[in-house]
Design a protein around this ligand. Structure first.
Ligand code: EAX
Length: 326
């Protein structure tokens, strides 16, 4: 009888110790919409590896790619409410939650990537990131999605008039919609997860995304024409739920995370820059016809978009980002 009780107690103790130990391990789920070969996925894998190494296996990143957990809007809502720990999303859909991000959506506002990185990593970028605090999130860093290029199934796009009447899928963002309306196109906001099928079934004629996405999402299979417009620069924002960051994580874990994030941000940006070097050629090889558009014409036609959104974005913030690239 005594022996049985002893055994039960030992088992109970072992069980409690095991669960306590398991509870020490921090598992963070991070969702994104892109392919496993994409810059988002590779950058997050890099971050996961650094976290694992620096924490002796006690911090784990679980990556959910290809919109497995829904659209970017869904992911932002999930992180905000705490049903998901983390996400990496374009800043454009995030601007619907906090308008501070809108500055990045102005056409051609970012031309010099390296100088823009310094601005985004400095106090101006921090101020923008901190605007998510009131939404139950913490902005961890500004990574890269990239310069967005136009593709379509109808014709080469050289000047804005070429876009007349074309149905172009966009991210859900008011400045993007205004931009393509001004260009004479018919804007169709839609989550990324529905895009390939929409292009395939010709519900839309075209779309715009960085070369690395056009390539890793295989849009060359359903789009003939690529125009190197670079009309928007899309930063990618790494977000974490505020309670997870402030209450669930220890100070040590936050320190490990901050260091690993900084390294991964740099790694991911370089991965984008390096990949881009060969992407035009590989997309040509995949059958796309590539055009160099008249960017100055596009910029000229788009001036009314600046006038329309200047007050909402903030004149000083616009000027600051422009000046930072001089
Ligand atoms: O953030 O929706 C898009 O076109 C984005 O580039 C993509 O989801 C990555």
């Amino acid at each position: 009888m005594k022996k049985t009780l002893f055994l039960i107690l030992v088992c109970l103790f072992a069980f409690t110790a095991a669960t306590a130990f398991a509870a020490d391990k921090l598992v963070l789920r991070v969702a994104h919409t892109l392919a496993p070969e994409s810059h988002y996925n590779k950058g997050l894998e890099h971050l996961g590896q650094l976290l694992n190494e620096a924490s002796g296996g006690q911090m784990e990143l679980q990556i959910f790619h290809s919109s497995q957990l829904g659209s970017e809007r869904d992911a932002i809502e999930g992180v905000s409410m705490g049903t998901l720990e983390m996400t990496l999303v374009s800043s454009a859909p995030l601007a619907n939650f906090t308008s501070d991000f809108l500055v990045f959506d102005l056409p051609f506002i970012i031309q010099d990537r390296q100088k823009a990185y310094a601005w985004m990593d400095g106090p101006e970028g921090r101020k923008i990131l901190d605007s998510v605090l009131t939404k139950g999130m913490v902005g961890l860093g500004i990574w890269e999605n990239g310069f967005r290029m136009l593709t379509n199934s109808k014709k080469p796009i050289i000047v804005p008039e070429d876009l007349n009447g074309l149905k172009i899928r966009l991210m859900e963002n008011p400045i993007h919609v205004a931009t393509f309306k001004t260009l004479g196109a018919y804007p169709v906001p839609m989550p990324f997860g529905e895009l390939f099928t929409a292009l395939q079934q010709k519900t839309v004629d075209g779309q715009e995304n960085p070369l690395i996405i056009i390539s890793t999402s295989k849009f060359s299979e359903v789009q003939k024409y690529l125009s190197l417009t670079g009309h928007f620069y899309a930063p990618a924002i790494l977000l974490i739920n505020k309670d997870v960051w402030e209450k669930k994580m220890t100070e040590d874990q936050r320190k490990i995370f901050t260091e690993a994030e900084l390294k991964s941000r740099e790694w991911e940006r370089n991965f984008c820059i390096e990949s881009e070097k060969t992407l035009v050629d590989s997309l040509k090889a995949a059958g796309m016809e590539v055009a160099e558009p008249d960017k100055a014409k596009f910029f000229e036609v788009l001036q009314p978009v600046y006038a329309e959104f200047e007050a909402k974005v903030g004149k000083e913030r616009i000027q600051s980002l422009v000046d930072a690239q001089k």
